[in-house]
Design a protein around this ligand. Sequence first.
Ligand code: SF4
Length: 467
Amino acid sequence: MSSENPDKLGHYCGVVGLHSTQDVNIPELLFYPLYSLQHRGQESAGISYKKTDRIVTYKDLGLVSQVLSHYLKETHPSRIGIAHARYSTHGGNLIQNVQPLHINCNKGEIALAHNGNISNIEVIRDRLVAEGAIFQSTSDTELVLHLISRSRKIEFLDALVETFQQLQGAFSMVMVHDNKLIGIRDPKGFRPLYLGWKDGLHVMVSETCALDILGITEYREVAPGEIVIINDSGVESHRFSAETKKAHCIFEFIYFARPDSQIFGKTVYTMRKKIGRALAQIDTVKADVVISVPDSGNTAALGYAEASGIPFELGLTRNHFAGRSFTLPSQAQREFAVKMKLNPIREVIQGKSIILVDDSLVRGTTSRYIVKLLRDAGAREIHLRLSSPEIKYPCFYGIDVPTRKELISNTHDPVELAKFVGADSVLFLPVDKLKECAGEADDYCYACFNGAYPEPLGPDAQKQVKL
Ligand code: SF4
């Protein structure tokens, strides 16, 4: 997670939406699935739920448990609510950007939670500001509420369609309006969004692990370009786009999503193992043992071990209580932070030639510390294997990627990188092999690896793409 580790891409957000045909304790029912999505954002958490004829919103900076656990002791009968866990990809970690955003406007009261990043925000924001709009936050989500409010359409659904047809980029959203829970997914389906149901309850979530916790086993994807409206009469489905080209974020499989989730119709665990196997199939190094950088490298390392026949061992133990980021000024302190989090099991490491599997390399600094840890524990050889291709380009679809100059793969080839991190060799999974693993290869976005963006870039984005 980026906020924990500058050597990982930053997560974005997790969303939950819930509708019940009977009064239930909505804040409590929102808490559990949101807790399951904590990995998607650790900077802030919040909920909005319908209380008689108004919407109540409670949100703050902090983890889901810190912000919302008091709801486990309280009862708030309600039928509709949404929840959000946030990592600030756009707009920074400011209290006014914490979601759900909640407004009163000419269309009534609306609460909105968003996972993704609207890529044409500059153009629309400039237009709205020129027309006199005042923004309270720097988040792109507020823009959506402005567009809905300013729509001259009389029907709320028509205002939504008009709004979402103007937007580009990634948006998986949940919304409370009137007595309705609404889910929206962008036409290319960059981010996942699922709809599950059970006993009069409908739940929309970013990943299916958040349905598991509620014992929901029946679900479907909210389709790209779909608006789902749920009220006491049932579920309505509407389309706001005729787009047929999909661009699911392949990085969800490599790193972001939990291995026990389904996303884009596939199980993350199975895909991650497949990716690990593909990595082993192109490797020529014969080592004694495969170990992973926990937790994100675990599943790919299992796949690697399976395909290579080299035994998998737990060579690094992760301290699960070493968590949130703190900016450390010196190299020695940063190295110590890695030691606080990961500790090698000397017996597994000593005198061995090691395949060390991690999911990706961003700046290379953490890998350097990990390699040093393993060398200090007596490793004979260390071969760093990455289950993603080299990250070379920024993302405009909800992932926090450092500048091109900061991405180490733009300045170091694998041989130079091995030298930089202190490994004997470094190997990335090539994009074409990743595409083979994906199956329907054209349904995915690979832009941070190859610069082939699925949508035309605006002027600001074009500047960022230049090295
Ligand atoms: Fe995902 Fe990379 Fe595409 Fe962003 S650019 S959506 S991180 S694959």
